[in-house]
Design a binder for this molecule. Sequence first.
Ligand code: NAG
Ligand code: NAG
Length: 458
Amino acid sequence: MTEKRAFSSRLLSCLIAISMFFLILSCSLLFRIGDNSLVPTSIYNLIVADHVSVDPIDPINPIGPKASSCDPNQDVLKVFMYDLPPEFHFGLLGWTGGAWPNVGNVSEIPRYPGGLNLQHSIEYWLTLDLLASVTVTPNVVRSCTAVLVHNSSQADVIFVPFFSSLSYNRHSKVDGAETKSANDVLQERLVEYLNGRDEWKRFGGKDHLILAHHPNSMLIARWKLGLAMFVLADFGRYDKQIANIDKDVIAPYKHVVRTVDVNKSPSFDERLTLVYFQGAIYRKDGGVIRQELFYLLKAEKDVHFTFGSAGGGGIHKASAGMSGSKFCLNIAGDTPSSNRLFDAIVSHCVPVIISDEIELPYEDILDYSKFSIFVPASDACKKGYLMKLLRGITKEKWTEMWENLKKVAPHFEYQFPSKPGDAVDMIWKMVSRKVKPLHYKAQRKNSFKTSLQFLNSR
Ligand SMILES: *[C@@H]1O[C@H](CO)[C@@H](O)[C@H](O)[C@H]1NC(C)=O
Ligand SMILES: *[C@@H]1O[C@H](CO)[C@@H](O)[C@H](O)[C@H]1NC(C)=O
């Protein structure tokens, strides 16, 4: 009797062991990524697509070369791009070679003008990336977060390829006998074009992506296209109805100083200046605080606080100044944001943000407090407050923020070809998060309608 029981209990534990073995085996198979995975790749992509890594990205070889164009069935964001005439985009760069440049050959791509124009060149990098998504480019590595589709009813978002910042920077002046600037004319024509499109009428433009990174770009058209999703630097010059964080995307400026090499970034002791600020000191609107801070800080010995524009040798000086400083001030100017913040980030100079109205790019996924310091304007203007705060930050604390800056800096790079985790990639991911709920709602409304129709027809 006892032998029989011992046998059956041994059998039982044997069975348990075997089933445990199979359970573990199937689990490991299920979660393994690769061609043999039991999870279809498309589902795996769905799981990981929305997750944005904040880990450092290998700048040399992020995912290994990808020889073909992107696969629309796998990629996250499907984008339809209007075939606007070149005068709205590459024509503004002097391009005369047909509808779109061949991005398969980098030397055929027209260059964006340098200097301060580049700050707002977001339009250029996003458009190039879309073109690259359907171009077989043997030597080009890109992340395939967004892919161009040719049928607008299959698109998640409709892209309007108007280089509005360049149009503002280059064509705002009224020439001779003309009564309107070329920038105004292009905006009017764009509004007319969009209003005539079925894609626009579908959601009243809600699923359209319009780039207006320069705060003065789209000054006319913004009032008529206000339901669209804008890519902006900040909301400073916008009415809340027209632009807000619920529907729009804040994109970083393209930094103008050179990126400091992660392996050669000066450490705490190597950065001899404590606080750095260079810029225009007298600004209108929110910028009066610059003046107040200037008078408070100018006598401090380890503070560099000077007038200066970024033009000419200014950019070079700012590069050296920021990478030689521990803290870089980012003070509200005539708009809440400026390229200075992004210059500080790529210089690994801990940003001190004194701008109460500022909107930060990727704020929902990046915790800026891990690598910057926020000071309310009212506190910063108290005598002695700022210096006491910054002198009180220990070497250990500063180094922790510096390490984080080195990690997040790649998220602020605009480049072609785009790389996983860079600014172009991050913007597509933000757009993706904004449009998905829109389509979900539209879908639900439609299925609700159909079920009502179904009920009524009975
Ligand atoms: C790329 O474009 C340049 C300039 O137009 C041209 O000289 C070169 O032959 C092109 N390269 C290829 C591989 O087509
Ligand atoms: C575009 O896509 C829709 C929906 O998938 C389809 O019904 C339509 O036939 C497609 N149009 C073309 C021209 O392929």
